[in-house]
Design a binder for this molecule. Structure first.
Ligand SMILES: [Zn+2]
Length: 225
């Protein structure tokens, strides 16, 4: 945050200055904003609306900064979570030694270049080495990294590495298939192009047959909805 008014504490000072500049909204009762401490993120969204040529005080937009700030914090909540919390101790000794695959994990993220959504599915597989992880924990790990500003390539790698570190299996394979609104709504406007990324660890990397089995299971057309 940039606060050019050095005489006042930030961030309240920056917000109040912006409000006054638009004509004394701060003096009008009814909006309800005066009762709350000004959130710097809300002030920024108000400023953004203003810069886009909108009137942040018109009825439909009056509470938009509050909603956007709340929504953005929720969509980036992965920054405030750890893999340890996501797994929550659900690692169990087990001698199952074949591939475990959780397919079609819903994924919603924001691209870090445009802060626009990308969304799709993640497929996460591993081959246990004496330990398994509670199946519901794999979607939690996906969510932990998806709920941040991301690029799909890094997201895929981070999921694979987190499973590798948490479960210490013989190997891990992750495929992410996603549609990027920054491609669909703007720029090239390629509305049906899907981006597919993969990341492998351990014997998914060293053993061609394991990797091929994994990719066949997640990418064969008959399995894709
Ligand atoms: Zn983008």
């Amino acid at each position: 945050m940039i606060d050019q008014d050095e005489g006042r504490p930030s961030p309240e000072g920056a917000g109040a200055t912006a409000v006054e500049a638009r004509g004394g909204d701060g003096a009008q009762p009814g909006a309800g904003r005066e009762d709350r401490e000004e959130d710097p993120l809300e002030a920024l969204v108000r400023r953004q609306l203003d810069l886009l040529g909108e009137d942040p005080d018109r009825d439909g937009l009056a509470r938009t900064p509050e909603r956007v700030a709340e929504s953005m914090r929720w969509l980036t909540r992965g920054y405030r979570m750890t893999v340890e919390e996501a797994v929550n101790g659900a690692i169990f000794e087990d001698d199952h030694d074949s591939m475990v695959l959780v397919k079609d994990i819903e994924l919603y993220s924001l691209c870090e270049h445009h802060m626009l959504p990308f969304f799709g599915k993640a497929h996460v597989a591993y081959i246990p080495d004496g330990r398994i992880v509670g199946l519901s924990k794999l979607p939690r790990i996906v969510d932990l990294f998806a709920r941040r500003l991301q690029v799909q390539e890094r997201l895929t790698e981070q999921i694979a590495q987190a499973v590798q570190d948490a479960v210490e299996p013989c190997g891990v394979g992750v495929v992410v298939e996603a549609y990027h609104l920054c491609m669909m709504m703007r720029g090239v406007e390629k509305q049906n192009s899907k981006t597919i990324t993969s990341a492998v660890r351990g014997n998914f990397r060293s053993d061609n047959r394991t990797r091929d089995e994994f990719l066949r299971l997640v990418l064969s057309p008959q399995f894709i909805s």
